[in-house]
Design a binder for this molecule. Sequence first.
Ligand code: ZN
Length: 352
Amino acid sequence: MPDYDGLAEPFLDQNTHGKLRTELERFRRALAAARQRLPSACLAPETICVAADDAQLHLAMAPGGTINLTILGVIHGNETGGLPVIASLIEKILEGEVTVTRPVAFGLGNVPAALAGKRFLDRDLNRSFGGASLGSSHEGTRARELQELLGRSLYLVDLHQTREPSETPFFIFPFARRSFDFARMISSDLPVVTHWSGSFSQDGMCTDEYVNSRGGTGLTIELGQAGFEEAQMSTGLASALRALHVTGSANVRELPRIEIDAGFKGCVYTWAGTIPYPKSGEVRLVPDLVNFQMLNAGDVIGTWDGSAIKMPASGRILFPKYVRPGTPDADAPRPAELCRVIRIVTEPELPA
Ligand SMILES: [Zn+2]
């Protein structure tokens, strides 16, 4: 295991730092035990592939071999909520609560960035997959390592978290009928945010896009605001166990339900619009905007050099961007977007 003790941790408070260390230790212990006691292989550092037996593992690792389901967390370093979920999944396999029937993989994306309290060190890992010019950046190297795993994954669940609180956890993925069906197999209640006009980012692909481009089926789950929170851990674990079950990857002794507030149950959303982040001047968002907050046309969401920024139409907002002094966001280039506005999509509107 790599040792990260030398890394600076300027953006983590003592509490988060302590929790992160504890959960990382737990993950490493589970990983080490799994390597000793289970038919397993390692395609990339901080990941493990587990199979039902050695023969199955051998087939999965052979050229062209496939991993039935991969579950990842911490692709963005500051989104640590997936870490206890992944540790817990490996523990459940070790304890016999989950019995693997087809090859599965688990892993953490960006531990060095997590320890630095940052989304990434050099470039956004989740915009780095399939890129031609990844270079020798930390995330470029990591993307190449993880592509070994993602390229042979039939299904992918990638656990993320949002910057601000969220009124509900949600699936998010570029629309593909099979990703949508996979999401609905995991949970018919967990809301979906999807989009189908071009890539989310032009720099490189997200994990789910990359898996889709290689013929697999990928999706991302946003659990809630970044950090360690019990309710999010439960949602993440329930989603992961249900994914293991519905893909026929494992027998799961207890399949937890995913509880969603009535107002969001089964809803499907897409982008209605984007409010751009002003390129210059002083920008202030009104305090306490959260993901999925319903706002009315004309509601003031912030100010730009003192003048009001208003909602152009009524709708729920997603990804409000606060740039807080003393956080990594303050040092980063200005965000391109102040927030997105989403709207409900009806079934017939979805691409065929
Ligand atoms: Zn993320």
